[in-house]
Design a binder for this molecule. Structure first.
Ligand code: GDP
Ligand code: GDP
Length: 450
């Protein structure tokens, strides 16, 4: 059985320089066990999954996400607050204890009063108990139920805050059990790219058994789809399918919802508009998919519009390939939600991406593969010593992750890492997903084990 639990979104809101990114780093830093050495595609990460004791959530710095430099300051923070109360589950509103209360703070607090969601009013830069009374005093004017004094930089009040935050996260959030092997699929793409049309076309196909799983968590509605002997969970499709007057607003504020869906899907299907070509926003979403390590399928939709234009067809596909050289592994399908062209291929492709994404391999086969790869292309000398690779094993799935023990991980150059990664992919038949190799020093591991 797998589960569909949704991670709550905790949004950081506040004026520039109040300490949002410092707090973001403090909260997220504490959770990294296995640090991924490959730099993320999105250089600047403004969201991160956090596990704190037995609670998990997605932390988002709304000051960094959706940043629009043209917004005036006050409008900008007002937008952040609106975004947070519409789409987040818990709001952490930061104020600056050193600077004191400002008119913009008053305004945001008023906006936040409109929501029933938990709001934590934080007074940051309270660096120790000796200044607490003095700095906190004026913030009582706001009349909020509780003020949390913290120091994002020096960690004063941090644990208390985290305990309070975690206590506000319900652990019994509905967690529906799914049939074994259910593939969780989420659809992404800019407004009007055809997400609802595609989903309607798929769900309208013959022999498709469809049931809504409403209220899986909060306001999301997932759709269970059974096709032959396979089950798929389409994540939060109702949110996409629901159309009407509110559309514009929903679409504008879709980024946090996308992150939540991203965090709990196995396969992300990203739609691109064939007629418009690939946009910056498309590459950004794909960057998020890669950072989250999800399976990826790209659909170039509205292919019917290019039906009689071979030149344009080629140009669009070239452009996609050129813009996204780092997703060579991801299947790219031309489809039309309107005519149904190419839609039938989608399920088999989702199936094979998922199989690879969740595949496991016996250690003996992996070691054989490593030995052969090293024999065929011996690693270079590093600091007068031959680089050695001792053994390997799989340390995770979704996507597949492997650790390779070496005598010096520092000596593993990018080009050799890429060589080994490619050999692993070929040898294991993992052509449709990204995989990760971690290199570790054998001596270090011994040290750790004690
Ligand atoms: P953001 O713009 O809200 O993301 O704010 P930053 O996290 O970039 O912080 C702005 C400035 O405030 C930086 O110079 C931080 O070093 C400083 N700062 C952040 N948190 C604290 C704190 O708890 N105490 C003190 N004294 N300074 C802080
Ligand atoms: P969403 O905002 O991503 O959910 O997009 P919609 O599904 O609402 O589609 C936006 C518009 O594009 C609608 O007018 C659709 O009829 C149109 N559309 C969607 N898919 C196709 C397609 O494959 N071909 C053409 N020509 N139009 C499409």
């Amino acid at each position: 059985m797998s589960s569909t639990s949704n991670l709550p979104i905790v949004a950081l809101v506040g004026r520039p320089n109040v300490g949002k990114s410092t707090l973001f780093n403090r909260i997220t830093k504490s959770r990294k066990a296995l640090v991924d050495p490959t730099p993320g595609v999105t250089r600047d990460r403004h969201y991160e999954r956090v596990v704190w004791e037995n609670k998990a959530f997605i932390l988002v710095d709304t000051g960094g996400i959706d940043d629009n430099p043209e917004d005036a300051l006050v409008q900008h923070i007002r937008d952040q607050a609106m975004l947070a109360i519409e789409e987040a589950d818990i709001v952490l509103f930061l104020m600056d204890g050193k600077q004191g209360l400002t008119p913009a703070d008053w305004e945001v607090v008023d906006i936040l009063r409109r929501t029933k969601k938990p709001v934590f009013h934080l007074v940051n830069k309270i660096d120790g108990p000796e200044v607490e009374m003095e700095l906190l005093a004026q913030f009582y004017e706001l009349g909020v139920e509780q003020l949390w004094s913290v120091s994002a930089e020096h960690s004063y009040g941090f644990r208390t805050l985290m305990d309070g935050l975690c206590a506000s996260i319900k652990s019994d959030d509905v967690d529906i059990e799914l049939p074994e092997g259910t593939v969780k699929v989420a659809f992404f793409g800019r407004p009007n790219v055809g997400k609802s049309s595609i989903i309607n076309t798929i769900l309208g196909e013959d022999r498709m058994v469809v049931s809504e799983i409403s209220g899986t968590t909060r306001d999301s509605v997932d759709t269970m789809v059974t096709h032959g002997k396979y089950s798929y969970l389409f994540i939060d499709t109702a949110g996409i399918r629901k159309k009407g007057k509110t559309k514009e607003k929903l679409e504008k504020f879709s980024i946090l919802k996308s992150l939540a869906a991203m965090a709990r899907c196995d396969v992300a299907v990203v739609l691109i508009d064939a007629d418009e070509g690939i946009t910056e926003q498309d590459t950004k979403v794909i960057g998020y998919v890669l950072d989250e390590g999800r399976g990826l399928i790209v659909l170039v939709n509205k292919w019917d519009l290019l039906q009689d234009n071979k030149k344009r067809q080629e140009a669009v596909m070239m452009e996609v390939g050129r813009t996204l050289p780092f997703i060579g592994f991801a299947p790219i399908l031309n489809v039309s939600a309107l005519t149904g062209y190419g839609i039938k291929r989608l399920f088999p492709v989702i199936g094979s991406v998922f199989r690879q994404y969740s595949a496991t391999f016996p250690t003996s086969a992996l070691n054989r593969l490593l030995r052969e790869a090293v024999e065929q292309h011996p690693p270079p000398i590093y600091k007068n010593k031959r680089l050695k690779f001792y053994y390997t094993s799989q340390v995770g799935t979704c996507p597949p992750k492997f650790v390779v023990m070496t005598n010096s991980y520092k000596g593993v150059h990018f080009s050799y890492e890429r060589y080994l990664t490619n050999r692993f992919r070929e040898g294991l038949g993992l052509d449709k997903v990204s995989i990760k190799l971690f290199f570790k020093d054998k001596s270090e591991q011994r040290g750790e084990k004690k």
